[in-house]
Design a protein around this ligand. Structure first.
Ligand SMILES: NC(=O)c1ccc[n+]([C@@H]2O[C@H](COP(=O)([O-])OP(=O)(O)OC[C@H]3O[C@@H](n4cnc5c(N)ncnc54)[C@H](O)[C@@H]3O)[C@@H](O)[C@H]2O)c1
Length: 236
């Protein structure tokens, strides 16, 4: 058990990579605070962890709302004074053409995908420092490196996580807190039947297009379990 006795906060825990990571980290011995805006599926993830004998709580949080993040951080620190792992995993992604992207939609994606990882990390620093040795993992995307013309605000927000990771590592490593970012390629499937909802394509269950497949060296989409395994490697 690689995470025995550790406490982990995982955002976006209601589905996809967040649910897979909650289950995987708990199987490795961690207690999990599952954070998500989706109360029904978030509670379900926590219940799945408990059903396997793990420890988990669910904290309903709209990560686009800084006041809600404050409440979530306080709840986490009331739950455990030491937090060893923060996985900033929640995100939203909307496909739209450049000229018709509304400012509101841009702002929402920046808030959830970029501002929230900054704010969750900042607000949880006291508990991460108290752990002595801690790890923050951001979930970026290949779209934040290369830019995806169909996911404009998503690409920009994920791109911001890369320098944010470097500057956070600069400020937090003296306190024993490592900071890393996973820039996953397309993730569509789950070996455990976990729903992956991020894009409309995912939500509608569409397979990868031929263009996407050709642009993907493996020739297939990744699974949420593969991404969770990378998060575990970085969390450990
Ligand atoms: N699926 C992919 O193809 C892919 C590719 C690269 C990176 N990623 C990254 O993986 C991470 C997880 O995505 P996923 O694929 O598991 O998708 P997902 O949609 O299944 O999971 C995202 C979770 O975030 C939650 N969320 C959305 N808005 C929120 C808000 N305002 N407050 C709190 N929670 C909110 C959703 O309810 C959902 O449970 C994301 O950071 C995503 O960018 C995914």
């Amino acid at each position: 058990m690689r995470l025995k006795g550790k406490n982990a906060v995982i955002t976006g825990a209601a589905s996809g990579v967040g649910r897979a990571s909650s289950l995987l980290f708990a199987r490795e011995g961690a207690s999990i605070a599952c954070v998500d805006i989706d109360a029904a599926m978030g509670e379900e993830t926590a219940a799945m962890v408990r059903k396997e004998g793990g420890e988990a709580i669910f904290i309903e949080t709209d990560l686009a709302d800084p006041a809600a993040i404050e409440r979530m951080a306080s709840a986490c620190m009331a739950w455990r004074s030491q937090i060893h792992i923060l996985f900033n995993n929640a995100a939203i992604a909307e496909r739209v053409e450049f000229e018709s992207l509304p400012l509101e939609q841009w702002n929402q994606q920046i808030a959830v995908n970029l501002t929230a990882p900054f704010l969750c990390s900042q607000r949880l620093v006291p508990a991460l420092r108290a752990a002595g040795k801690a790890s923050i993992v951001h979930h970026g995307s290949i779209d934040g490196v290369q830019g995806n013309p169909t996911l404009i605000a998503y690409s920009a927000s994920k791109g911001g996580l890369v320098p944010l990771t470097h500057v956070m590592a600069y400020w937090l490593s003296p306190h024993g807190i490592r900071v890393n970012c996973i820039n996953s390629g397309a993730l569509r499937d789950s070996t455990q039947g976990i729903p992956v909802r991020l894009t409309r394509d995912n939500r509608e269950g569409k397979p990868m297009s031929e263009v996407q497949r050709r642009a993907t060296p493996l020739g297939r989409a990744g699974t949420v379990e593969e991404a969770a395994a990378v998060a575990l490697f970085l969390a450990f």
